[in-house]
Design a binder for this molecule. Sequence first.
Ligand code: SDX
Length: 428
Amino acid sequence: MSETVQLTINDKSYDLPVIKGSENEKAIDISKLRAQTGYITIDTGFKNTGSTTSAITFLDGENGILRYRGYPIEQLAEKANFLEVCYLLIYGNLPTKTEFSSFTNNITNHTLVHEDMRSFLNAYPTKAHPMGILSASLCTLSTFYPESHEQNRSEESVDLTIYRLLAKLPTLAAWAYQNAVGHPVMYPKNKYNYCENFLQMMFAMPAFNYEPEPVIVDALNKLLILHADHEQNCSTSTVRVVGSSQANLYASISAGVSALWGPLHGGANQAVIEMLEKILNDGGGLKKWVEKAKDKEDSFRLMGFGHRVYKNFDPRAKIIKKAADDVLNKLGIVDPVLDIAKELEEVALNDEYFQSRGLYPNVDFYSGIIYRALGIPTEMFTVMFAMGRLPGWIAQWKEMMKDNQPIGRPRQIYTGEKERNYKSIEKR
Ligand code: SDX
């Protein structure tokens, strides 16, 4: 007998079914609530509302657990290759050697972008933020592949779009950066692996030879894995809702990039570095900034702190904090911003305000310090987040399409004017 809960409204009781997940999470299924009771529920920001079941990523916010398809993030970050993780998230299992080779070849063979995209990119102002370019470019890609707009897409056609997105996002990201700094774009080279190729498109110049350093390639691989998916966050929910209207995958991913840009979400990694530099330039007095972050009258927030789900440490932040030390040591970089970040974490975690609200460093708090060490400019940090999150967005879109989910269309409670009649302008 499946579990139910009872709801009583005006002395009438209703049994609502309970859904239990594979990790014993429980939800009350209200899909028939309005038909049964005339009531809807309301939960601004969806803090207590699940939008779907999903078999892709499991988070336990109280215990700091994150697993992709059952594999702990700590193991994947330490041992896996980012394209392996892409395959795992999108197709459900780690690839065999043959599957991985075929997947990698398919992606390598689609890294080039249509030359007409160059004139599109050249139209941007020099200081254009690369996230604006990336979101627009990904949606524009769909115009080069009209077959991707069809509704009843074959498995092969969807796979081809998946290969094109994974292959071309790094190229578009590097070109957006080159456009911003007025440098000539570099083309992908098939001799490089995924991370090496992105780095050479970012930093090589026609005038000199550039070979990606293994330390930097490994750090990038780890960062991309750590950002690859995170269940129903703001940008993933955006991808799902846009995709639920049967919009094509390019348009859905482009919408996800736009949602990620916000400083409360993926844009926080850029905001963290800008905050830490501001504190450093202000003389590094941390207490003042922590007090500002606590002051409800002050709009200042500790960027990179707090999370909707993690009310304990974000396991990704722990891994990235350690990786930041490793990478800076290996590269011989001393970055005072890292010291400020560690001190700020220390002060905040010993402060009742942060402790009582479960505010810990999240994935964005230390990631920018590594990106800086890799030579990636601050305005590109959220583009890096998007590059990592792309397989997660694709996997979630694919799951939503496979489950044949209805169009996402929430209800509301109207609080505006009651009915009134139009008056001509002379009589108003
Ligand atoms: C990401 O969802 C995901 O999974 C996202 C992500 C992913 O991988 O996709 O993990 C990536 O987006 C990480 C979060 C990056 N954003 C930031 O670092 C921005 C700073 N953080 C906050 O804006 C905030 O913590 C959020 C947006 C992350 C979470 O906001 P919630 O869940 O809506 O919580 P809230 O704003 O209601 O905060 C609860 C309390 C409030 O105080 P009280 O009303 O209880 O007095 O905590 C306070 C907030 O004022 N608070 C903060 C704070 N974050 C929350 N106070 C100071 N500094 C902060 N950073």
